[in-house]
Design a protein around this ligand. Structure first.
Ligand SMILES: [Zn+2]
Ligand SMILES: [Zn+2]
Length: 136
């Protein structure tokens, strides 16, 4: 069954579609994701670029990953919703902020990154693949 997944920013200026349900679903507890998302942690799905179509105007904040790699974070310049990040180790894919999905019901993190930085009240699911910092 093919399913087109849709999403967009809070104001609706940016819209996107994903051709297939992304397999890799993760939560990142690093301090930068916390700042950018304004939440305890950010949730992302790794989407192959060929599956991802986006319309509307975006702006990019060039962050640096812990590895020193550029980490462009793309957001809506009108409402500020974080949309996705480019991933240096996966140039064929983007890390889509899963909270921007119109229907995120299917999304569930299977991986936690930077659990060392997780806020003390955040329960890390032991059934996930968990990494104290970045995935090795
Ligand atoms: Zn917007
Ligand atoms: Zn992060």
């Amino acid at each position: 069954m093919t399913e087109t997944i849709t999403g967009g920013c809070l104001c609706g200026q940016v819209r996107f579609t994903i051709a297939a349900r992304p397999k890799l679903q993760l939560a990142c507890h690093c301090g930068n994701c916390r700042k950018q998302s304004g939440a305890a942690f950010s949730i992302s799905a790794l989407v192959p670029k060929e599956d991802f179509k986006i319309t509307g105007q975006t702006k990019t904040y060039l962050d640096k990953g812990d590895s020193g790699n550029d980490l462009p974070r793309v957001f809506c310049p009108n409402c500020g919703s974080p949309l996705y990040s480019e991933v240096a180790v996966r140039p064929d894919a983007i890390a889509l902020k899963a909270g921007t999905l119109d229907n995120p019901d299917w999304f569930k993190p299977r991986v936690n990154l930077w659990t060392d930085s997780a806020l003390p009240w955040v329960a890390i699911d032991p059934d996930c693949k968990n990494f104290p910092q970045n995935a090795g």
